[in-house]
Design a protein around this ligand. Sequence first.
Ligand SMILES: Cc1cc2nc3c(=O)[nH]c(=O)nc-3n(C[C@H](O)[C@H](O)[C@H](O)COP(=O)(O)OP(=O)(O)OC[C@H]3O[C@@H](n4cnc5c(N)ncnc54)[C@H](O)[C@@H]3O)c2cc1C
Length: 330
Amino acid sequence: MIGATIGAGIGRLDGVHGLVIDALESVRLVTANGDIVEASKTKNPELFWGIRGAGANFGIITSATYKMHKNMGDIISFDLIYEPEKNVTLFNTIANMYLPPGLTVETIMAYNETTAKPTIIISSTYAGGSEAEARRWMQPLLRLNPWYTDIKPIPWKKMSTDTTLGLDKEVCANSQVYDVYGVNLRRHDAATWVKTFNKLAKFFEEQPEARPSVVVLETWPNQAVMSYPDSSTAYPWRDATTYVMIQMRWDAPGNPVETVADAMGRELRDDYAKTSGYNGLTVYVNYAHGDETIEQIYGRNKLPRLAQLKKKWDPSSIFGFHNPLPTSYP
Ligand SMILES: Cc1cc2nc3c(=O)[nH]c(=O)nc-3n(C[C@H](O)[C@H](O)[C@H](O)COP(=O)(O)OP(=O)(O)OC[C@H]3O[C@@H](n4cnc5c(N)ncnc54)[C@H](O)[C@@H]3O)c2cc1C
């Protein structure tokens, strides 16, 4: 939980509750010189600001306190599968769809072993309303007649395991190499989604060993995320509306498919970055591959303040394993 929180903590309730860092009230951490300190809005507030977006840089967090939200009851889950031929219509529909705070659309481009074709899975959730209301918001996607449809209420606490066709276990399969590339979008360019789908389909055809690879586009509405000022935390990408996670996967380290899969991951990421609505590549720190610049991860205007914090709390860069901050900037 802490690992996900300190990057920002994005998820299906972003539109309703904000980021996980927005619910964080305080942390206790062991600093580089062995001190135990508290950070919150009243104790070491500057450090608390930096932890919320760049928290792997300043110490080991040993405990954290969160503000709890009211239980929203069941959520409505939609698992839909579309034929590959519908990709243009589907991506144009998603690009033009209004998402109220409780509705999320996760688009997964994958290889379907049963049909031996690339396919598109939509995993949507609706929180805070009835199934009838959810179906009304989902009409643009339901109207496209998916060839597989599973719509059901599920308890909120099963949101991560029982949505997306219950594929949670597959995602965490043992003995798989995960080569992850991330990119943020604040603009949805359907033509780019079509282009990447076609590239991926060709890739699946030519590289059977990399068929577990998937492109996941998490379109999480951000109304509650945007209700917090950008200056309130170090996290720089509150205006992102889709987080793209390109997961190039194969079954063993050293497999020759690695070089070509790695190149494909970078190429797809570049395609999305060009039409992302940002000035080139930006990435959520927890989805970063490791080859991005610090500006692409932490945002140019947050870096001077973050570098000062790094200099104060970890001048020797002991906590420098995960996308480390510099001790001076620029
Ligand atoms: C399939 C998949 C799905 C994901 N889905 C989401 C999602 O929905 N939302 C989301 O926000 N993220 C998501 N992530 C990203 C996730 O947030 C990161 O992978 C995160 O690093 C996981 O935390 P961890 O503690 O397991 O990581 P680790 O790999 O253990 O840690 C990552 C880094 O965080 C730092 N760290 C970890 N714990 C602490 C601590 N206690 N104190 C200080 N630093 C610490 C360390 O520097 C470490 O190098 C997903 C990742 C994958 C692979």
